[in-house]
Design a protein around this ligand. Sequence first.
Ligand code: FES
Length: 119
Amino acid sequence: MAWRNAVKLSKVKSGNLRMLNLGSKIIMICRDGDDFHATEGLCRHMRWPLSWGGKIEDGCITCPLHQTRHRLDDGELVEWAPFPLFPPYGKFVGKLSKKKNLKIYNTRMSGEYLQVYLD
Ligand code: FES
């Protein structure tokens, strides 16, 4: 339960996703314009690392595997595993796990670092 230095601000470019371990947590850090975000690092659907091909668009993070999408400001689920589009297979993949929101961590800038609050 404390603020932790996560990464130097200069190392986080807009649209660039980074995965790191902080304490016992796997965290995904990204920058969307002037905004920094920290989320749990693994997709809620089947635990794919979001920094491995995840896309930031319209304030959301989309997992590359089955396109599950969450809002970056509060982690709310927008779309659950819509891919692949072929209906029978897509429905099956989506039911492999329960729909969940993405955990979001508070961030702040401190000197040359982005800090993440671990609760
Ligand atoms: S693992 Fe991310 S959408 Fe399936």
